[in-house]
Design a binder for this molecule. Structure first.
Ligand SMILES: *Cc1c(COP(=O)(O)O)cnc(C)c1O
Length: 475
């Protein structure tokens, strides 16, 4: 018997671990037979799960049983082949194992001293991403919890490098189609309403360049300092891609930092088609990516890429006395490449090793497998688009763009009744368990939205969801 109240013997660790692995392997291989979503109210779950912490321990088996059947069961299967709502995430097994491994090794990836191997892997993966995006040599960044944290880090870096600290004259421009995380980053960072400009979009929901230029000129004339533009490469609502080459050109001329939110859409560059659509992305000053979306990693894995990785360190590095032992030394341009303390590049000191899952899964499957998976989802979105075009029940609102298709039920007239009829379809499909889609607004109209990114989704899944919606709309 150990006198450590929190330690288990090796045999017990193995036995419990195998139960978890067996459960996960079964869950993933039988996903198709599961509902795409199961929810419950807070009151119901409180009744099942609530209560004070126990004074004495319980058996793992009993807890695990409740975790499986009550806790984890009441959730969306975001990785289900017919989960086409919001932005799906469908992690791959080597990625899941890598997370388990880094957790089991309790890797602290804030400093090189604390994690030389995992930090080296993060540098390697960032270099892969640099080449995917065709960013210049010297570009790099860091892994974050997700796209929201990546964008907030980019805005903080851009402001700090330009102004040192807060400057009430600094003005930020963003597309009306930007993700809510952009607005949130701006108020988290203390920007006042008077420093923010929301730029309208054109018929295709791309940022209106003339409106942007006019706003910048107006602010300059008023003695303000325009400094940052946040644009989209795959807006969450419709997949809209802003005119990146034109934005790059104007932002350079105007000395504006261009941040492109490519959280979900960015990894489409791995395909031939995606590379064409996203031309110019690698010329941005910074880019948000979410490997936990279209790069098939389990949550969480976000990433910020900047044109000059050292700029992040220049912006954020703080070395307190109690971390002096972990400080890294740069021996200059003729010396060896300096080590990186990833804590110097962002907001987190203690960080999990999130790049390892990308490294392990891309090595195990090969990049071509990822390209093929992404390519197939692009084809499936086109298939959905063509079915909706041919439908007499539904009308297409936005064509397949980076995996997203928006449509709505044909109705006599627009208005609250039409919106309610469309919203009822979203709910009814969720309740059926067959699949899950979500909704948004396009030019103010309520629309249904399919987002097809999952490597497990097949044509039969798209057909099943559309057939179901078709039948429900006719009923
Ligand atoms: C998902 C998404 C975000 C937010 O990223 P998180 O990883 O959820 O924090 C931001 N922008 C876009 C375009 C997204 O698709």
């Amino acid at each position: 018997m150990s006198d450590d109240p929190l330690e288990l013997d090796a045999e017990t660790m193995r036995r419990l671990g195998y139960q978890v692995v067996d459960h996960l392997a079964r869950r993933i291989s039988e996903l198709d037979a599961e509902p795409a979503w199961r929810g419950a109210s807070r009151a119901e779950l409180q009744l099942l799960l609530g209560g004070p912490p126990p004074r004495h321990g319980e058996s793992f088996e009993a807890i695990f049983d409740q975790v499986r059947t009550v806790v984890l069961d009441h959730a969306a299967r975001v990785d289900h082949p017919r989960f086409m709502a919001f932005v799906p995430g469908s992690g791959t097994w080597p990625g899941i194992l890598a997370d388990f491994l880094t957790s089991g090794h309790n890797i602290f990836q804030g400093t090189w001293l604390g994690s030389a191997g995992p930090s080296a892997v993060e540098l390697v993966v960032l270099e892969w991403f640099r080449t995917f995006l065709e960013m210049p040599a010297g570009a790099g960044g860091l892994f974050t919890s997700g796209g929201s944290a990546a964008t907030m880090t980019a805005v903080a870096a851009a402001r700090r490098l330009r102004f040192g600290s807060h400057d009430p004259r600094a003005v930020v421009y963003r597309s009306r189609e930007c993700h809510s995380s952009v607005e949130r980053a701006l108020f988290f960072l203390g920007f006042a309403e008077a420093q923010l400009r929301v730029i309208d979009t054109d018929a295709e929901l791309r940022i209106d360049m003339q409106a942007l230029e006019a706003a910048v000129a107006r602010d300059r004339a008023a003695g303000l300092t325009p400094f940052l533009v946040v644009a989209n490469a795959g807006a969450t609502s419709t997949g809209a891609i802003d005119p990146l080459p034109a934005l790059v050109r104007r932002c350079r001329e105007q000395n504006l930092w261009l941040h492109v939110d490519a959280a979900y859409g960015g990894f489409a560059v791995l395909t031939e088609r995606g590379r064409g659509w996203l031309k110019g992305l690698g010329d941005a000053d910074s880019v948000t990516l979410d490997p936990h979306k279209w790069l098939y990693q389990p949550f969480e894995a976000g990433c910020l890429m900047v044109r000059d990785a050292r700029a992040l360190e220049a912006a954020f590095r703080v070395v307190p006395d109690y971390l002096k032992d972990a400080e890294v030394v740069d021996r200059g341009p003729d010396g060896p490449p300096p080590e990186v303390n990833f804590a110097d590049r962002g907001v987190q000191l203690t960080r999990a090793a999130k790049a390892l899952k990308v490294w392990v899964s891309i090595r195990m499957f090969g990049l071509d497998a990822f390209r093929a998976a992404i390519d197939r989802t692009l084809d499936l979105a086109l298939h959905a688009e063509s079915r909706i075009r041919d439908s007499d029940v539904f009308e297409l609102v936005t064509p397949a763009t980076l995996g997203i298709v928006c449509f709505r039920r044909r109705m006599q007239a627009d208005g609250p009744d039409a919106d309610a009829a469309n919203a009822a379809l979203v709910r009814a499909l969720a309740d059926s368990g067959v699949g899950l889609i979500s909704s948004t607004r396009v030019h103010g109209r309520f629309v249904l939205r399919l987002c097809i990114l999952n490597h497990r989704t097949r044509r039969a899944d798209v057909d099943r969801v559309l057939d179901w919606l078709d039948a429900a709309a006719r009923a």
